[in-house]
Structure formats: C-alpha cells, structure tokens
Design a protein around this ligand. Structure first.
Ligand SMILES: Cc1ncc(COP(=O)(O)O)c(C=O)c1O
Length: 365
C-alpha cells in the first residue's frame, strides 16, 4: 500500500490543478428540441440506422481496423490516404495535436470566444495562451491575429466557422495567416466542424502549406455525435506524427462502420444542409420582425441578443423543452443566446414557442 502523510492526497500536476472542470449540460436532452449543441437535429442518414440494426457479434468481438475508413475519407476529401487519420471525435484530435507539438511555455494564439476544448487541452501542456478578442460585431479579428504571430508562436487556432460566434474567416485571410505563421515556424490548426454549412473548406491548401492541420467531424452535419468520430487532414509527416501519439484503437468499430456508411450517403447531408440554410433565412427574417438583434452566421447556429431578458428567455424555453445555449458569460456575448438551426418544421415550432415566451417576459414589441 502507498504510504502518505495522513489527510494529504497525492496531487495531480500543477497545470491540472489550475484547470476548472468542463461540464457541458449534456443531461436529459433526449426527446426535446435540441438546438443547443449544434448537432444535426433529425439524425444521421437512414442507411446508417439500417446498418446499425444489422450488426452482429463479429462487429463487437474484433479490434477495429481503419484502412477502409481512411480510403473512404481520402476519396470524400480529395486527399491521399496518408493525409488523413480518424480520431475519437475532434476532441481527441485537438488533444493529439497539442500533445504532439506543444511544449511548456509555447505560445498558442487563440481568437476568442471559441470552442472551449482548445484552452483546456493547451493548458494541460502548459502552453501560454494568447487570447485575441473577436471584433465587436463578432467578425474575425484578422489584423490582431496577424500582429500576434511572432517567433514565439507555436500554434494558431482558427475555427471556421467559429463556435459560438458563427462567423467565418475568408480564404484570403487564412492564406495570410498561414504565411505569417510559416515565416515564424508556427502551425495553423483550422477546426472545420461546421464547414458544410459554410460551403467551403481549406483542404486544398494542405498541399501548399506544410504548417496546416485541419479538423473535421461526423458529430454535426452527419448527425453522429454519439459515436465520437472525427478526423485530421494534414501533410503526410504531420499525420505520421499524430498517429504515433494516438491510441491504436481510439476509434471504435461501430463508429468506423457507420462512418463508412455515412460517407456512402453524403447526399443525405447535402439535403440536410440545404434545409438548415432555408430555416436560417426564416429565423433571421422573423427575428428581425420581432426586433431581436442577430449576428451574421455561416454555420447551423447563430447568436441573438436579448438584453436583460436573455437568461429568463433561456429558462422559459427550457421549461418548454426547447434547449438553446446560454452564452451570456462569454466575452462579447453578454445578454446573448446561441441558437441552433434545424428543419423548417422545427423552426416553425420554435418560432411559435419563442413568440409565446417573448410575450411572457414582456418583450419590447
Ligand atoms: C468548433 C467545434 N469543434 C469541435 C467540436 C466537437 O466535435 P466532436 O464531437 O467531433 O469532438 C465542437 C462541438 O461543439 C465544436 O463546436
């Protein structure tokens, strides 16, 4: 038995002691209108669901193999097989990039507010995180990011389109950042979790910029968040490095099988994306009529400003089984909620309920 001073627990590393736990509100979300986590609001391709029903004992008893998934991904993305690698969600991809490249005190340039896991994982490896604030209109702070990159920078994180602001970065600005980062021997990590809704990706830049790493996921447009399947696209060298660090079996067999099937039915995702974009137009039009300020969105969610009524509206929607995300404590997002976009049918229901709630809180109209 390990002996220790009475009452004194063995302490984790100091970097971990300083971290606050991250507890996203994932409890009791089933059966509700979930427009809070930016997932697909109706589910994956029916072909994936049909496949799941046909799984047998061999699908469980054997360790997973990744060759076919990698081939399918490469084909889907238009890259070589050795330029892509699957991960246990984007989360594991972020963790693996950080653990492969970040040494203590390396500077990570991080435009904020953004997806929380970048800061968490960078903190584990004791990076110095340099927050760069988005602009007041939530557009991307190109100049400030360019100015922040110098010889001490190891990694620049870009989320395109960004969560929670829903704003995007132009191809031209991405190239400028890649160049400046490369001059300073820094990597650029672009998280494209929502790229389908924006309609463009930076994948074709992989061959021109050896400092570029791109992350995508099956969790959002593909509707497979529960399976935890993401992937990294980069040059062969980077992918080789990441594969050294990744567990050899981090992605489970069911995720592999379903991922392959989802890639066989990309048309399903394309249709869903079209539906969401039509819904978003309706929401923006109706919110304007209701005098609710919205910010530009290139994603399947958007930020809306509700003033001092934001938290009450969030709670009242929740009481009606409609889940949106309270982002009122985030920088630049005081009094704002982040609202996901689903199908037009869901949107009509959502708008009906929103109007009821607005009447209850005495909205200014
Ligand atoms: C920008 C961004 N990246 C990654 C993720 C998580 O993706 P995954 O489910 O693949 O870990 C999210 C989820 O909210 C996100 O918003």
């Amino acid at each position: 038995m390990i002996k220790r001073e009475k009452g004194k627990m063995i302490q984790p590393r100091k970097a971990i002691q300083k971290m606050k736990p991250y507890n996203p509100p994932t409890a009791s979300r089933k059966g509700k209108l979930r427009v809070d986590f930016n997932e697909n609001t109706v589910g994956p391709s029916p072909q994936v669901l049909a496949l799941l029903k046909k799984l047998n004992e061999e699908d469980l008893v054997v360790y997973p193999e990744y060759g076919m998934l990698r081939e399918k991904l490469a084909e889907y993305l238009g890259v070589a097989k050795n330029q892509v690698i699957a991960t246990n969600g984007t989360d594991e991809a972020i963790l693996t990039v950080m653990s492969s490249f970040i040494e203590k005190d390396d500077v990570v340039v991080l435009p904020v507010p953004t997806f929380a896991m970048f800061k968490f994982y960078a903190s584990i490896f004791e990076a110095k995180i340099m927050d760069i604030l988005y602009k007041n209109d939530l557009s991307f702070p190109t100049k400030a990011v360019l100015n922040a990159i110098n010889k001490k920078t190891k990694l620049v994180v870009l989320v395109n389109p960004n969560n929670p602001t829903a704003s995007s970065i132009s191809d031209e600005d991405i190239k400028k950042i890649l160049l400046k980062a490369r001059e300073n021997s820094a990597l650029v990590l672009i998280d494209e979790a929502y790229y389908q809704f924006m309609g463009r990706s930076s994948i074709e830049l992989i061959s021109d910029y050896d400092n570029l790493i791109i992350l995508q996921t099956f969790s959002k447009a593909f509707g497979l968040a529960g399976l935890r399947l993401g992937y990294v696209i980069s040059n062969e060298e980077v992918v080789k490095t990441l594969s050294k660090v990744l567990s050899p079996y981090s992605v489970n067999s069911i995720a592999v099988t379903c991922g392959i099937m989802a890639l066989d039915d990309v048309a399903y995702v394309d249709e869903y994306v079209k539906e969401v974009l039509k819904s978003k137009e309706i929401l923006y039009r109706e919110f304007e009529k209701l005098d609710i300020k919205t910010y530009k969105s290139d994603a399947n969610f958007f930020v809306a400003y509700f003033g001092d009524k934001a938290t009450a509206i969030y709670q009242k929607l929740k009481d009606r089984n409609i889940l949106v995300r309270d982002r009122t404590t985030y920088p630049l997002l005081k009094d704002c909620l982040r609202i996901g976009v689903g199908t037009r049918k869901q949107t009509r229901f959502f708008l009906y309920e929103v109007k009821e709630v607005l009447a209850e809180v005495g909205w200014k109209q």
